[in-house]
Design a protein around this ligand. Structure first.
Ligand SMILES: [Zn+2]
Length: 285
């Protein structure tokens, strides 16, 4: 059994919890899609985030696909996302519903109640309330969960916190890579040279694939990150002038670091800028 699949299709209504982003017009957006949810019934489609066309050859939220509206089965599971500290919503799901260890995927869903965190400006709260008149707005999350209890399914498991070792692997690997790009070219020999060459070639191949062959959403942005990393790795070959190649990566680190520090400000509440074009109905997320 996986996080959101593995059970036989369920019958009836299942209540789950989601986290959303909120835009300045008061619409709720999934974390990884700009297709907003609407007041009342939302119907999922099977449109993979790779830009492929909508698929209609199977039941939405079938055990054999990843489509459908996702919802967590518990507050602990929903808390895995950082955005859950700002916006959460209780959603009622029905139609074809498949469950896993952390939550469900469903064909249809409706927002029942919305909690907005302590930093939410009053104008955002008003706009969300106007956009979702059939949902009740809460400023106290416990009160929302007390009045709208989540469904308890036997397949749910309490999520285990990641071990310290697992949490350290990625930062340590990142630090090692950054350090390798700082080694002067005269010191690059033996095993160090082999590692440097291997990583550089791997980055170049990945960049070429992302640029020439992949059309998936987010891959263009990933290609820019890869190009910055490749420039960082090539820098030791150019001595002092190599610092020019390191500038894009250093600038990106400042922007990302500054953005993260801004989220630590007391009363911070993220609001997405609303796009100028209208969104379409029919959502996958
Ligand atoms: Zn599908």
């Amino acid at each position: 059994m996986r996080a959101f699949t593995g059970s036989e299709p369920l019958v009836g209504e299942v209540v789950g919890l989601r986290t959303f982003r909120v835009d300045e017009s008061g619409l709720l957006l999934p974390l990884y899609s700009d297709r907003s949810w609407y007041d009342g019934i939302n119907c999922a489609t099977c449109a993979p985030p790779t830009g492929e066309r909508e698929r209609r050859d199977h039941q939405i939220a079938s055990p054999d696909c990843d489509c459908g509206f996702y919802a967590f089965g518990s507050a602990e599971a929903a808390g895995r996302y950082r955005n859950s500290r700002y916006v959460q919503a209780v959603v009622s799901c029905w139609g074809s519903v498949v469950a896993g260890t952390l939550g469900i995927r469903a064909e249809r869903a409706r927002i029942v109640a919305i909690w907005l965190g302590p930093g939410a400006p009053s104008w955002v709260i008003k706009r969300v309330a106007l956009t979702y008149p059939s949902a009740r707005i809460y400023l106290d999350r416990d009160e929302m969960l007390g009045e709208h209890p989540l469904s308890v399914l036997p397949c749910y498991e309490t999520p285990k916190p990641a071990s310290l070792r697992r949490r350290l692997v990625l930062p340590m690997a990142g630090a090692a890579l950054i350090g390798l790009g700082l080694v002067p070219s005269q010191a690059l020999h033996g095993a160090l040279w082999d590692t440097w060459l291997g990583v550089s070639v791997a980055l170049a191949v990945l960049l070429a694939w992302l640029t020439l062959f992949s059309k998936a959403t987010g891959h263009a942005a990933l290609a820019v990150v890869m190009a910055g990393l490749l420039a960082w790795f090539a820098a030791p070959l150019f001595g002092l002038a190599g610092w020019l190649l390191r500038l894009p990566a250093l600038r990106a680190a400042c922007v990302v670091g500054g953005g993260y520090l801004a989220t630590l400000r007391p009363g911070y509440f993220p609001i997405v800028r609303a796009p100028a074009v209208p969104r379409f109905r029919g959502v996958v997320a």
